[in-house]
Each structure stands twice: as C-alpha cells, then as structure tokens.
Design a protein around this ligand. Structure first.
Ligand code: NI
Length: 194
C-alpha cells in the first residue's frame, strides 16, 4: 500500500445532507441563467427582480474528456416554483448523442424527464435509493417536486460525452411537469417548437 499516492485515484466526499463537497466549488445556476426556460417567463423575471436566487448547482470535477474516462458528481436542485412549474435543471442532450448516463437519488423527491429526437418520452420518479439509467440519445432534465427539500442526485457519464444545452434552450422539452391541485402532472409544452 506504500505507493497509493501514485495511483491517481480520486476520493471525493459528497455530503448526504446537502450534496455538497467540502473542498470543491460547484457550478451554480441562478434564476437569471434560466431566462426563457420556464413556461411563465414573466413570473421568472418578477422573481429575479426580487432576488436572483440559486436554482441548482452541480460539480464538474475536471476529469479529462477522453472516451475511457467517467465524469461524475452530484447535482443539487433546490425546491421552488415559477408559477405552477417546479424548479428544474435546463436539461441537455449529449453531443456524443449515443452516450448514456446514470443518476442515483441521494435525497429528496423529484422526476427525471427524458425525451429523444423522435419524441419518445420517459419519466421516472426518484426518491433516495432509486437509480435511473438514461439511455443513449435521450435529453434529460431533473425536476424537484418537493416544497421543502433539495433534490440531490449522483451522476456518472462518459467524460467525452459533451453537453448540448442549446437544443433544449431553443426548442424546450415536449412535456412539462407542473403542479395542479397540489400534485405534479405532466402536460404538453405549449411553447415547444419542432
Ligand atoms: Ni447528461
């Protein structure tokens, strides 16, 4: 075991309560970074005027973007709503579109929404202990349906997959998760563009 410091392995702590790592800086997405992503953009703008709060944060650990490498980390999505729409991540396709991803829920209650270019939709409910396999070619977005708790997930994907945010920023997802009578429901996105 003497040579362990030459092994170039990594041991990184992600706290199970808040999902954060004590010695790494997460990437933060504030409300202002979500312009145009939600159904009610006026509600978003009014919220930003009041306070530009943190919607989610996630880790980019700087693993080399090579095909044999795996990128991983946690994503912490805070509770909140824009109008009737729950706080969510932007969502993305992978540039290398045939690469999959694994999510594992550590805390909270949310959904993972997935769709491919053909319009196939997958929606998975996540609570602590549930893992979801996001198949290749599916865009993916997480949605926090709790009023009080952060939705925290651990993720792993091929490090050279790359993130295509633009397609979703331009077109949106075909489906949205909104709250109706205190419950989450899935609806067609009226702003979705082909
Ligand atoms: Ni991904």
């Amino acid at each position: 075991m003497e040579n362990i410091k030459n092994l170039k392995s990594l041991a990184i702590c992600f706290n199970l309560e808040d999902g954060l790592s004590p010695n790494r800086e997460p990437t933060k997405r504030m409300l202002s970074a979500m312009d145009g992503m939600y159904l009610d953009n006026n509600a978003l703008k009014n919220m930003i005027k009041e306070k530009d709060i943190l919607v989610y944060e996630f880790y980019e650990l700087g693993i080399p973007e090579d095909p044999g490498e795996l990128a991983y980390g946690t994503t912490i999505l805070y509770p909140g709503k824009i109008g009737d729409e729950y706080f969510m991540t932007k969502g993305h396709f992978h540039y290398k579109i045939d690469t999959a991803e694994i999510y594992y829920c550590l805390r909270g209650h949310g959904h993972l929404l997935m769709e491919n270019a053909e319009g196939d939709i997958e929606l998975r409910e996540m609570t602590p202990g549930v893992s979801v396999y996001v198949p290749p070619k599916f865009a993916h977005r997480s949605i926090n349906i709790s009023d009080t708790e952060p939705f925290i997930m651990f993720f792993v994907f091929r490090a050279d997959a790359g993130h295509d945010y633009k397609t979703i920023e331009t077109k949106g997802f075909r489906k949205l998760i909104i709250e109706k009578n205190g419950k989450p429901i899935i609806i067609d996105n009226p702003k979705w563009k082909l």
